[in-house]
Design a protein around this ligand. Structure first.
Ligand SMILES: O=P(O)(O)O[C@H]1O[C@H](CO)[C@@H](O)[C@H]1O
Ligand SMILES: O=c1cc[nH]c(=O)[nH]1
Length: 269
């Protein structure tokens, strides 16, 4: 086959190939199992499906909509606003799928309520961490955008998350609120001392595994996104590194959910 013929054949295949960006609008979604009309416009996104009921504890008229693979979804109402909680699973690949499919069923704002490890001294288990932007150390977003494309949250959601978290910290006490840049890694157990020290030197506040996909895919699909995490551990001072009875982390999850719900109400998301 000549080179010219190969080029013609390639473009013929490209012409008939599936365009996934146009697939699935308005129907029950393949991975998350939700159909349009079953959820509202704002979704809180924990990583862990077992934390979806923790969001539901704050809601009235709770309904479980679907649970497929790592994606569990419940809906309910908080202060009159319809709220959805959908778990993303761990990492950017499943998070990108969740955000893509939530966009296809009418969700317009997504707030990750996650756990994340601190990289600066003074960031303690149970503290709340609000993202101002993400260092994209993941593979998924490389498939979507230019290497220099920023992974940034919505400004108003971010400002409101920080304000809501600070109000809770003032009235409840027992935890601090930090804002800054975080990293999104793909490989939890490949975060070695050298990488942790490099992130620390560059002033990165914390590390987690989903926000690169969350922020990039949300931008590309015209959605608003934000992230508030509870600190699970501190990787530079070794506080409470993955100990089962991390009650401060559990309290931090609840506070992060409350801050996200208040944000949804105040901004009418
Ligand atoms: O607790 P979640 O929200 O899953 O967040 C963090 O926990 C997991 C790693 O332990 C990763 O998903 C990381 O981002
Ligand atoms: O990537 C991550 C996320 C949470 N905790 C870690 O230690 N690393």
């Amino acid at each position: 086959m000549s080179t010219d013929q190969a080029a013609v054949d390639k473009s013929a295949v490209e012409r008939s190939a599936v365009d996934k960006s146009a697939v699935g609008t308005g129907v029950r979604q393949y991975h998350i199992g939700i159909a349009p009309g079953e959820v509202g416009t704002v979704a809180l996104l924990p990583g862990d499906p077992f934390r979806v009921p923790l969001v539901a504890e704050f809601l009235t008229d709770v309904r479980e909509v679907a649970h497929r693979r790592e994606h569990r979804t419940m809906t309910g109402y908080y202060k009159g606003r319809r709220i959805t909680a959908t778990s993303t699973g761990m990492g950017c690949p499943s998070t990108a799928i969740a955000v893509e499919e939530l966009a296809r069923v009418g969700v317009t704002s997504v707030i990750r309520v996650g756990s994340s490890a601190g990289l600066q001294p003074g960031v303690e288990p149970g503290d709340l961490l609000v993202s101002e932007g993400t260092l994209r150390n993941d593979g998924t977003t490389q498939a979507y955008v230019h290497p220099g494309y920023p992974a940034v949250p919505d400004l108003a959601i971010t400002t409101e998350l920080a304000a809501a978290a600070r109000r809770l910290a003032r009235t409840r006490g027992g935890f601090a609120v930090h804002t800054g840049i975080n990293a999104s890694d793909d490989a939890f157990y490949a975060e070695g001392p050298e990488w942790i020290a490099e992130l620390h030197r560059q002033g990165v506040l914390n590390v987690e595994m989903e926000s690169a996909a969350l922020f990039v895919v949300a931008r590309l699909r015209g959605m608003r996104a934000g992230m508030i995490c509870a600190c699970s551990s501190n990787l530079v001072d070794g506080t409470s590194v993955y100990d089962e009875k991390n009650t401060r982390l559990k309290d931090g999850w609840a506070a992060s959910i409350e801050a996200a719900l208040e944000t949804a109400v105040r901004l009418e998301l």
